[in-house]
Design a binder for this molecule. Structure first.
Ligand code: GDP
Length: 461
C-alpha cells in the first residue's frame, strides 16, 4: 500500500471530511458502519475502501457506485468520506469543541421503534455544544410491520411504494423523531424536503440490515460536505500535521502507541511531535507510523505495516517513546517550520481550555477521554455539584484516598464514566465506605448520584 492509497489525496488540497456515528446503545451504529463498509466492498471498485487505524475511508467513486444516480462524481471535488470506526461514546466524547473538532460532520442514529433515548440526548448536547453539523439516520425501518424491502432504489421511493399501513406506521415513527428534534431546538424534516442543510436537520430513513437508505445517507453526507464545508476541507498537505488522540494503547513490539485521527497536514517518520499529556505536553520523536494491513493478511502476518508518511484526513497509529502519560482526546501536533516551544505552548493552551475547574471540596470524577470529562464537568456544573478532582483514566487507589478526605458524606464519592475500577481501588473504596458510581451514560451517572444525595438528605432530616 503506497502513501497515496492510504490518504486519498485529492491533489487540490481538499481533504476527506471526517464523519462520526453517534447514538444510543443498540440503535445500530456498528451495523450501519458495517453496512457502509460492506456496500463499499461489494460495489466492486478496485480499492473500494481503505482501512485506517480507527477509521475507514470510502472514496468518491465508491460512494457514487453505491449511491447510483444520487451521487454524480462530476458534481464533487471532495475525495470521499472518512468514517470514524469506533461508534458511540468513544468517538463522540472525543469530538472537540475547541482547537479543531475531530469530526466535521456526524450521523445520529435513532432506532425508529425506540425513538430518543438518554444517549441520543447526550449526543445532541455534545453536537450542539461543538456546533457539529449532523443528519439523523432513522434506523431499522425494515422492522416496520408490513415493510416491503427494495434495497436497490432510493429509500424515498421505497417508502412511497409501501402498503398504506406500513407507510403510515413508519411515517408516525419518523414524525416522532422530527418532533423530538424540534423539542431540542432543531428544525428538521425528511431529507428530501430539506432545502438548506445548514441549521436544518435532514432525517434519512435507513436499514442497516437491508441497506435501504444507505445510498441516500451517503448522498446527503457528500452533498452537505460539498456545499457547506468545502473551505474547512482545504488543507496544506505538506504542512505540519494536526490530529486528535482516539486511544492510547499498548501494542506488542511497539510499547505505548497512539491511535490518532489526523485532520490537517501530514506526519512523517522523522517528525518530532507534541502530544497532550497528564501533566505537561509530551515532546517525542516518531519511531514508526503504522497502518493496518489488508484484512485478509491480518491473521497470517503481523497486523501493521510501517509507512513513511500519512496525510490528512486519515487514521494512523503512532509509535514513539514516552507516551505513557498521553491522554485520549488530547491534541497531537507535528513540529515543523516553527519553534518547538511555540507548539508546546499551543498544546498546553488547548489542554488548559479543556481542563475542568476544581473546587476545594467536591466529588472525584474519572472518565475515558478529555472530551467526556469535559462533558461530565459541564453537566455537574449545571447541577451545581462541585468537583475536587477530574481526570482521564481508571479509578485507582489514589482516587479513593482523595475521596476519603471529603468533609461531607455526599462528597465521599467517585463518579466513573466509561472507565474500569482497579480491583485494589474497589477493595479500598469498600473498606473506607466511599461510594462508586459507574455508568456510561452521563445523564444516568449524574441521576444516580443525585438520588443518593436526596436519600442522604432525607435521612438527615
Ligand atoms: P450499536 O450498539 O448502536 O452499535 O448497535 P448495533 O449495531 O450493535 O445493533 C444492535 C442490534 O440491532 C443488533 O442485534 C443488530 O443486528 C440490530 N440492528 C441494527 N440495525 C438494524 C436494522 O436496520 N434492522 C434490524 N432489523 N436490526 C438491526
Amino acid at each position: 500500500m503506497s502513501d497515496s492509497d492510504t490518504t486519498m489525496d485529492a491533489g487540490g488540497g481538499l481533504r476527506t471530511p471526517i464523519v462520526a456515528v453517534l447514538g444510543h446503545v443498540d440503535h445500530g451504529k456498528t451495523s450501519l458502519l458495517d453496512k457502509v463498509r460492506g456496500s463499499a466492498v461489494t460495489s466492486g471498485e478496485a480499492g473500494a475502501i481503505t482501512q485506517h487505524i480507527g477509521a475507514t475511508a470510502v472514496p468518491l467513486e465508491t460512494i457514487s457506485d453505491i449511491a447510483g444516480r444520487l451521487v454524480d462524481p462530476d458534481d464533487f471535488d471532495l475525495p470521499g468520506l472518512l468514517f470514524i470506526d469506533t461508534p458511540g461514546h468513544h468517538s463522540f466524547s472525543t469530538l472537540r469543541s475547541r482547537g479543531g473538532a475531530l469530526a466535521d460532520i456526524a450521523v445520529l442514529v435513532v432506532d425508529v421503534n425506540d425513538g430518543f433515548q438518554p444517549q441520543t440526548l447526550e449526543a445532541i448536547d455534545i453536537l450542539k455544544r461543538t456546533q457539529t453539523p449532523f443528519i439523523v439516520a432513522a434506523n431499522k425501518i425494515d422492522t416496520t410491520p408490513g415493510w416491503n424491502p427494495n434495497p436497490d432504489t432510493p429509500v424515498q421511493q421505497t417508502l412511497a411504494e409501501q402498503s398504506d399501513r406500513a407507510e403510515q406506521r413508519l411515517n408516525e415513527s419518523l414524525y416522532e423523531i422530527i418532533g423530538e428534534l424540534s423539542d431540542n431546538g432543531f428544525s428538521a424534516d425528511m431529507y428530501w424536503r430539506v432545502q438548506n442543510f445548514r441549521g436544518n436537520i435532514g432525517v434519512v430513513p435507513v436499514s442497516a440490515e437491508t441497506g435501504e437508505g444507505v445510498p441516500d445517507l451517503l448522498a446527503v453526507l457528500m452533498g452537505l460536505s460539498q456545499r457547506y464545508m468545502k473551505e474547512d476541507m482545504s488543507i496544506d498537505t505538506a504542512g505540519a500535521g494536526a490530529g486528535t488522540v482516539l486511544e492510547v494503547k499498548e501494542e506488542r513490539g511497539f510499547g505505548t502507541t497512539l491511535d490518532v485521527v489526523l485532520y490537517d497536514g501530514s506526519i512523517r517518520t522523522d517528525d518530532t511531535i507534541v502530544v497532550g499529556g497528564k501533566n505537561d505536553p509530551i515532546v517525542t520523536d516518531v519511531r514508526a507510523l503504522l497502518q493496518p494491513r489488508p484484512l485478509e493478511e491480518i491473521r497470517t502476518e503481523k497486523r501493521f505495516e510501517k509507512v513513511d508518511e500519512v496525510t490528512a484526513a486519515a487514521g494512523v497509529k503512532i509509535a514513539a517513546p514516552d507516551l505513557d502519560e498521553a491522554l485520549a482526546g488530547a491534541p497531537v501536533r507535528v513540529v515543523r517550520d516553527r519553534p518547538e516551544e511555540e507548539v508546546v505552548e499551543e498544546v498546553r493552551q488547548e489542554l488548559a481550555d479543556i481542563s475542568v475547574d476544581t473546587a476545594e471540596n467536591g466529588v472525584v470524577v474519572k472518565a475515558d477521554t478529555l472530551g467526556s470529562l469535559e462533558a461530565i464537568a459541564n453537566a455537574l456544573e449545571e447541577a451545581e455539584i462541585p468537583i475536587v478532582r477530574a481526570e482521564v483514566g481508571d479509578v485507582a487507589p489514589r482516587d479513593v484516598a482523595v475521596a476519603s478526605t471529603a468533609e461531607e458524606v455526599t462528597e465521599e464519592v467517585i463518579l466513573a464514566f466509561n472507565v474500569d475500577v482497579l480491583p485494589d481501588a474497589r477493595q479500598e473504596a469498600g473498606d473506607r465506605n466511599i461510594r462508586l458510581f459507574e455508568d456510561d451514560v452521563i445523564y444516568q451517572l449524574i441521576d444516580e448520584y443525585e438520588e443518593f444525595v436526596d436519600e442522604i438528605e432525607r435521612e438527615q432530616q
